[in-house]
Design a protein around this ligand. Sequence first.
Ligand code: SF4
Length: 322
Amino acid sequence: MSLLAVRDLKVHFPVRRGLLNREVARVRAVDGVSFDVDAGETLGLVGESGCGKSTTARAVLQLIPPTAGSVKLGGEELVGAKGSRLRELRRDMQMGFQDTSASLNPRMTVFGTLSEPLRVHGLAEGTSELEDRVRGLMRKVGLEPAYMRRYPHEFSGGQRQRIGIARAIALEPKLLLLDEPVSALDVSIQAQIVNLLADLQSDAGLSYVFVAHDLAVVRHICRRIAVMYLGRIVEVCEARELVRAPRHPYTEALLSAIPVPDPAIERKKKRLPLAGEVPSPLAPPSGCHFHPRCPKAEDRCKREVPELRELGEGHHAACHLA
Ligand code: SF4
């Protein structure tokens, strides 16, 4: 049994108008997403901004109530759970955010930030026990415990991301949902945070869902990658297989946008430019949602919705040509 099982997850936001506040349309931000994450595994959730990946992560954690579907962690259903039951289930699943300047309270010291979840869940009491636990957490993420009385603005971006990770692991969860955890950081700092996440995973057997717009980062970290487009998964398989032999034109386009360090190879590389923006999920294109931007689109792509089909060895893609 997988640690996390997400089935047919939907997040639709009704658009209401008029005196009677009637629903006139629906934004289908997430529209039938299914995936599994095993214990100790990292799954990448990739796509351009607006494709629904962050909303999926938030709906998995029930920070946004799903419209439909099922989210099971260790076999326990989260959808519909409320109050103390939901809090208990959420302990095993925490979120890490890209924007630490928004997710860390600027008026709270590192000690305040890291001790809060421990106090709320009754895992430590009294200042000296809490300080011990906070020191341990800071060491785990490579921060100097002597700085526990400092405020977020006194740290660099990379150090703030470490504080965010320390907070996320404070309750010793089984799964972290990481929303663009390295996107705002310099490349050298990105590597340090990625290494830290890998170390935490091998020490504690943590599972990650790694949300990112950049396949270049994700392909080195994840065992499997799910590519999302306009609220749906369009391709999912082992990371190496996805990079070697992508089967969906959207994945091909994302991969072709990754620069290659060798200029000679870069010149020869086949480019599949992605024209335009992700269309609004309020009025998605008919048939295959990707057809207005797809260089391989055929007539039937405008009419027929491609199913996510198994292509062998866990490789799935939703394209008529795959
Ligand atoms: Fe392109 Fe058609 Fe495949 Fe969609 S179904 S990705 S439009 S070829």
